[in-house]
Ligand binder design. Structure first.
Ligand SMILES: [Zn+2]
Length: 394
């Protein structure tokens, strides 16, 4: 066995995947008819296709470079491994996250003489999940990709003083040409924090991607910078059926809180926590009245509910009460800290309350575990983090 395979061995025994890679990639090149070479009919290739697919699907979550190596083992292995590898595509200016780092199309030699472009088109048909990282606008300038079977698009946004941007620190108004032609059913916006969620101007994010969205997840991440609060509306999503607000923490023991470094100054008379929660309430009111899930609010820092220390359950309960009071009492917007806007009549208040109550009744506040057990969380959280939450006793 070649020395280069040894680190992948467990207890001195080559793993199944190791055998797959070692026998072919590291063998000196010989003609296929040579009797000493294991062939699909004489090796572990005899495993049923379904079993191979299950094994490789597991690797897809944990070890993509290995699947990429398997693609180069043989034509047969390519036909099993490549569709699995290409189910998820990661486009990132950071090489460590970029798909091309572990499977440059030119490096796939197993299918022989096929042109790279043809092969690329075929492979991209497998893509169901596409993740596009925040990047410089010039970087995506002339590229366009088509993903005909795309289900989920994840955009990783950067938060700056203007809000959430896809094109960081450059030509903000330039729409992303990588994303322009995509129309996902599920859209995950990573980095849609409470203080930046309600802008019409989605810097770098083309409005067209919202047109077919049935499911929108806003992932509120912990970010050091607190951008200016923007009060507006949200993109129209005529097909929206489900909305998720996700307080993202990478570990169950972490407490969620927005940035401490204020970018452009807080609104008058508001504490940072009030600003955050009022912005969230505003977001929930201005989005379509579809079933909505607010996930993991129990992980909020206790200061959000006026406590110094409290259990997850208590934080969630108090958070729901507080959000309800600001949603139903018209205390929405930076001008409304004391309640309804001046001059609002009693009948107008009653009418609005009805509308807000109906919206509030459509919001489900659930724990991370409950969400992971009952919903499709692909693109929202990585599997090894999900496992930590699912392992919790309650
Ligand atoms: Zn772009």
């Amino acid at each position: 066995m070649p020395v280069s395979c040894l680190p992948m061995m467990i207890d001195g025994t080559p793993t199944l995947i190791n055998q797959l890679i070692c026998f072919d990639v590291h063998q000196p090149k010989r003609k296929q008819s040579a009797p000493s070479i294991p062939t699909p009919s004489t090796s572990i290739f005899r495993l049923p296709l379904e079993v191979m697919t299950i094994i490789l699907s597991h690797l897809e979550e944990n070890d993509r470079p290995t699947i990429a190596r398997l693609c180069r083992v043989s034509k047969d292995m390519f036909s099993i491994a490549a569709p699995i590898l290409y189910k998820s595509i990661f486009v990132s200016p950071l090489l460590a996250y970029d798909s091309r780092a572990d499977h440059t199309l030119d490096r796939f030699t197993a299918t022989g003489k096929e042109k790279t472009n043809t092969r690329k088109k075929k492979l991209l048909k497998n893509a169901e999940l596409v993740v596009i990282d925040s990047h410089h606008a010039t970087w995506c300038g002339h590229k366009s990709f088509k993903y005909p079977n795309l289900k989920t698009l994840v955009l990783i946004l950067t938060i700056n003083g203007f809000g959430s941007v896809l094109h960081c620190n450059d030509i903000l108004e330039k729409q992303c040409s990588l994303v322009k032609c995509l129309e996902p059913k599920k859209l995950v916006l990573f980095g849609m924090n409470m203080t930046s969620i309600t802008t019409f101007e989605m810097f770098g994010v083309p409005p067209k991607i919202f047109s077919n969205v049935q499911e929108l997840t806003s992932v509120a991440i912990m970010d050091e910078t607190r951008p200016r609060t923007v009060w507006g509306g949200f993109q129209e999503m005529p097909k929206l059926k489900k909305l998720v607000w996700f307080f993202h923490t990478t570990h169950p023991s972490m407490e969620w809180q927005a940035g401490s470094r204020d970018f452009l100054g807080l609104r008058r008379n508001h504490t940072p926590c009030e600003t955050d929660l009022h912005a969230l309430a505003h977001f929930l009111q201005t989005t379509p009245n579809v079933p909505t899930y607010v996930v993991n609010s129990g992980s909020l820092h206790p200061k959000y509910v006026g406590e110094t220390t409290a259990s997850k359950d208590r934080i969630q309960t108090k958070f729901v009460e507080y959000l309800k009071s600001i949603m139903l009492d018209g205390k929405i917007g930076p001008w409304c800290k004391e309640g309804w806007k001046e001059g609002t009549s009693e009948s107008e208040k009653e009418e609005k309350r009805k509308e807000y109550r109906s919206r509030f009744d459509n919001i489900h506040f659930i724990s991370m575990k409950e969400y992971l057990q009952n919903h499709d969380w692909s693109g929202e959280i990585v599997p090894h983090q999900a496992k930590l939450w699912l392992a919790l006793a309650i």
